[in-house]
Design a protein around this ligand. Structure first.
Ligand code: GUN
Length: 294
């Protein structure tokens, strides 16, 4: 078993971004600016946002985080979205999901300017992704493709089985993996809560992607010998030995599955850091588009 070290690859990519940003600034441009909006205080969302802010700064971006209280109304949030859409100092922004129950996520996403939608969640950007047009790809799926690419994992003709069909991971990833492209060309199966026997499919996977949000859902008996296993899950489970009282575990039973896999992503340090660098790459793209930098 070999580790797909998302943390190390993310460090490499951040260095590449940092060099580009330094060059743009040398050329007299202002730095790229990524803004983020978080509503309420979901601990997982707070951790993501802190990480995004830290990494933005690391590569030389400026960044702003808008922390809004949990009882923010939908129209107040729409006003913030409108403000960011119009702010010429902001190249891209994200609204951290999930939002509180009383806010309609779809309405919020639909109101983000697609040119600033560095999450790639707006229907226009999703449509462009499906049609293979130039767009902002959703960060987690594009981070996974980049990780496979940088490790030279052969994907063409392989059977990829994606467990989970969310709008932000499973569905877009299934599209990207099936794309006619050197780093895709997979035959793709999506499994979900209505799949009667997930194991029947997961056992056929050359590349198995777990994106369900259930700790250690994928066990060794569900994995083919030599499979490439990608774990998207970040589940907080109680752990008294940790200062925070929690530790992160993936959707894959790493200890057992790693004995069968040819390659596997750890949690933490696998897909998570790749998601963040994909967001940085999208922000750089938004910035370059805005200033017509080629
Ligand atoms: N919540 C979990 N993942 C994401 C993400 O990639 N972007 C946003 N905006 N919210 C998330």
């Amino acid at each position: 078993m070999k580790i797909l070290d998302g943390k190390a690859i993310a460090e490499q990519i951040k260095e590449e971004i940092k060099l580009q940003v330094a060059q743009y600034i040398d050329d007299g441009n202002r730095p790229p600016h990524l803004a983020a909006v978080i509503v309420g205080n979901n601990p997982a969302s707070e951790t993501y946002i802190k990480n995004k802010e830290k990494n933005s700064k690391l590569v030389g971006f400026t960044s702003t985080v808008y922390h809004l209280p949990a009882d923010t109304s939908e129209s107040e949030l729409l006003n913030v979205v409108q403000f960011l859409n119009e702010d010429s100092e902001v190249d891209g922004f994200i609204v951290q999901l999930p939002l509180p129950q009383h806010i309609n996520e779809e309405r919020i996403i639909n109101n983000i300017n697609p040119e600033k939608d560095v999450d790639g969640f707006h229907p226009i950007n999703i449509g462009k992704m499906v049609l293979d047009l130039d767009t902002f790809l959703p960060a987690t799926p594009s981070g996974i493709i980049e990780l496979l690419k940088r490790y030279n994992i052969q994907t063409a003709g392989k059977h990829a089985v994606v467990i989970g069909r969310s709008n932000i991971v499973g569905t877009p990833l299934s599209i990207l993996l099936s794309r006619k492209n050197e780093h895709a060309n997979c035959t793709v199966t999506i499994c979900h809560s209505y799949t009667p026997d997930i194991k029947e499919f997961s056992l056929q996977a050359d590349i198995l992607i777990a994106a369900i949000g259930r700790p250690a859902f994928v066990t060794a008996d569900m994995v083919k010998e030599g499979a490439v296993v990608i774990d998207v899950g970040i589940n907080a489970i109680p752990d008294e030995t940790k200062k925070s009282g929690f530790r992160s575990v993936g959707d894959v039973d790493f200890d057992e599955v790693s004995k069968k896999a040819s390659w596997i992503t750890p949690v933490p340090g696998g897909v998570g850091p790749m998601t963040i660098v994909s967001l940085l790459m999208n922000t750089l793209k938004a910035y370059k588009r805005r200033f017509n930098i080629t």
